[in-house]
Design a protein around this ligand. Sequence first.
Ligand code: GLN
Length: 198
Amino acid sequence: MTGETVKIGVLALQGDFALHRKALGRVGVESAEVRKPEELAAVDGLIIPGGESTTLLKLMDGGRFVPGLEKFHANGRPIFGTCAGLIVLAREVLNPKQRSLGLIDVTVERNAYGRQKESFEAEGETTLEGQPRSLTMVFIRAPRIRRLGPRVVPLASHGGECVMAREGTVLVATFHPELAADPTIHHHFAEMVRYAAQ
Ligand code: GLN
């Protein structure tokens, strides 16, 4: 902890933004709902929650969010995309091909676990705190990361596959950390935001 006071925005156009705010509250971080690009000016980092990426993109376009988010990123403000949020941030999207912001150099395949396993909870492993340790992960019609660019650092795995990664100030997860009790990931993102705000 640096003692820095930061406020983290949660994109509140669609999806489970309220649970992300609760999770941030549990690690003692102030948060705000972001519905308009102008509101990005008042926050130090942004979470793009899960939901439905096609709908999310349409709502973002309607709200003219894309240039605002590109500027937010260019200014060094951290962004955390979970599930549909990851799909929106990825360099390349498959199944089907879909436009995306390209703020992290990964290729993701949407809805990649098949019908039998649309939603499931599983134990994965994370190296977020240095030593590998197990972490409960909730997957909901989750994407799979099929390619990681050379500057992308894997931070968690499930079944031998990367499910969480970071490139610079962009953090992504294929699962829903706001649905598990473990606050590690929100704490980690808050630390990224504090560091960037110094
Ligand atoms: N299946 C959704 C999509 O492709 C993502 C699901 C989620 O965010 N939980 O957009």
